[in-house]
Structures are given as structure tokens and as C-alpha cells.
Design a binder for this molecule. Structure first.
Ligand SMILES: C[S@@+](CC[C@H](N)C(=O)[O-])C[C@H]1O[C@@H](n2cnc3c(N)ncnc32)[C@H](O)[C@@H]1O
Length: 245
């Protein structure tokens, strides 16, 4: 698995971004925007650095980048122990204030009011019960803490999905700030990554072994190779900003 992640990340990395593992569709200017918000979030006691929670962090590439580029500490939580282990191996040795914790977003292993900001990149919306995840985020965040999360949905349902998240935020002590349609940027980035992946498919299969075949199946569907409608063209990506009331 690690060979596959490394090889794919290596083949897709650009000079603008380091290898962030599977984190996709995030450009350096988006990361800078997140870092600015997290860096200016305020812990209640003066003198403390902001503390970021990356909820559903995967291998933690995004929180690693933020913790290197903003004056903050970060905790990356994911229930996939393998992802946390890979992230700790990849980023743990580098000078950073990022810590990995294995845990469930619906039962976060943290005290109430511990974090001054949270991000959840393409993770919160995957929960079978997103309300439980939001309730937990509300519990562990300080009042006034920013929350940024992204989600993917079908283009046909975009307006309905957006409305349902806005009302869900209201039910869980979050004030909705804004929603940004990131679809165009996301599609460009995903197309770039998967095209690079597809162009190197023989090399990937040789070097990363049979596990890569599944990844390449995803690539086929996303790009619409073989005459199918590209999945990417009927999917949109939203970025929502809220604040803990
Ligand atoms: C699409 S990945 C996104 C990973 C990372 N945020 C990124 O952008 O690279 C979704 C992540 O959410 C995690 N996840 C899903 N449900 C979870 C839960 N209940 N508790 C913790 N993590 C969860 C998965 O293990 C996976 O790493």
C-alpha cells in the first residue's frame, strides 16, 4: 500500500506542492487560504498557539502543510490506523507540530473545547450519520472557532445538498458563513492527476503491483475511459465555512 501511495504521489507531484499522499484537488493557494484562517483562529488563553483538528485526515498531508505554514499545532484524526501510521512515517520525522490520532469522528477522543479550528476535507460528508460528526466537532471546538469542510455531490443535487448542510450546521451550534463552488478547480486538478496516473499506468502496475489495478479502475471511471460518461463531469465540490457559536 505504501509503495502504491508513494509511487502515485511521486508521479503526480508538482513543483508547487510536496507529496501530500491521496489529498487531491487542493492547490497551494487553497492551502494558503486555510493556513491564514487557522493561523488567525484564537485559543481562549493568550499565549497559546492555535490548535487545528483535521477530521478524517487520511495520511494528514493537508494538516502537515498547514502546520508548517501557519503558527499553529495540529492533530490529524482518522479511523484508518494504516493511514495514521503512514502519515506519521511520512511527516512525523519532519519539523512540524502535527500529531496523529486514530479515532472515530462520531466519538472524538478529545476533551470538550480543545481546538481553535477544524478542517474536514472530503471526509465529514462520508459519515453514515453526518449529524453525529458535526455534534462532535461542535463539542471539541472553542466558541468562535472556524470550521472548513468540503464535500462532493452529484451536480444535479448541488442546491439541495447545500441547503441540507446549512440547516444541519444550524442544528449543531454552527453559524453558516459561506459556501464556495470549487467544482471547476477540482475538476481541473482531478483530471490532471488522473491523466498523469493513466499515462503511467503500465509503470504503476509494474512498480506498485496488483493493488494499483483498483486505483486504475477508479481512474477509468473518473476520466470516462472506454466511452463511459466521465464521473468527474457529473460531480461537484463544495467548500463550506462555518463558525462555532
Ligand atoms: C477521501 S479521504 C480524505 C482524506 C484527507 N482529508 C484528504 O483530503 O486527503 C476520507 C477520509 O475520511 C476517513 N473517515 C471516514 N469515516 C471516518 C470516521 N467515522 N472517523 C474517522 N475518519 C473517517 C477515511 O478513513 C479517509 O481517510
Amino acid at each position: 500500500m505504501r509503495d502504491l501511495i508513494d509511487f502515485i504521489a511521486e508521479s503526480e507531484s508538482t513543483d508547487k506542492l510536496p507529496k501530500l499522499g491521496f489529498s487531491a484537488g487542493i492547490s497551494s493557494c487553497v492551502l494558503q487560504r486555510y493556513a491564514a484562517i487557522v493561523g488567525s483562529s484564537c485559543p481562549p488563553h493568550s499565549g497559546q498557539a492555535p490548535l487545528l483538528l483535521d477530521a478524517g485526515a487520511g495520511t494528514g498531508g493537508i494538516s502537515w502543510w498547514i502546520s508548517r505554514n501557519a503558527p499553529c499545532n495540529a492533530v490529524a484524526v482518522d479511523y484508518a490506523a494504516t493511514a495514521c501510521k503512514l502519515g506519521a512515517e511520512r511527516f512525523g520525522g519532519m519539523p512540524t507540530s502535527l500529531r496523529f490520532v486514530v479515532g472515530d469522528l462520531c466519538r472524538l477522543p478529545f476533551l470538550s473545547q480543545s481546538f481553535s479550528a477544524a478542517i474536514s476535507i472530503d471526509a465529514l460528508y462520508l459519515l453514515p450519520d453526518p449529524d453525529a460528526g458535526l455534534a462532535e466537532l461542535a463539542r471539541v471546538l472553542f466558541p468562535n472557532a472556524p470550521l472548513i469542510f468540503t464535500l462532493l455531490c452529484s451536480t444535479a443535487q448541488q442546491a439541495e445538498v447545500e441547503r441540507s448542510w446549512i440547516s444541519r450546521l444550524g442544528r449543531h451550534q454552527f453559524g453558516f458563513l459561506r459556501s464556495t463552488d470549487m467544482t471547476r478547480r477540482w475538476r481541473l486538478e482531478i483530471r490532471r492527476r488522473h491523466s498523469a496516473r493513466w499515462a503511467k499506468r503500465h509503470q504503476i502496475l509494474c512498480q506498485a503491483g496488483p493493488a494499483a489495478a483498483e486505483e486504475l479502475t477508479v481512474t477509468r471511471a473518473i476520466l470516462g475511459i472506454g466511452g463511459r460518461v466521465p464521473l468527474i463531469d457529473s460531480t461537484c465540490r463544495l467548500e463550506l465555512h462555518a463558525v462555532r457559536c
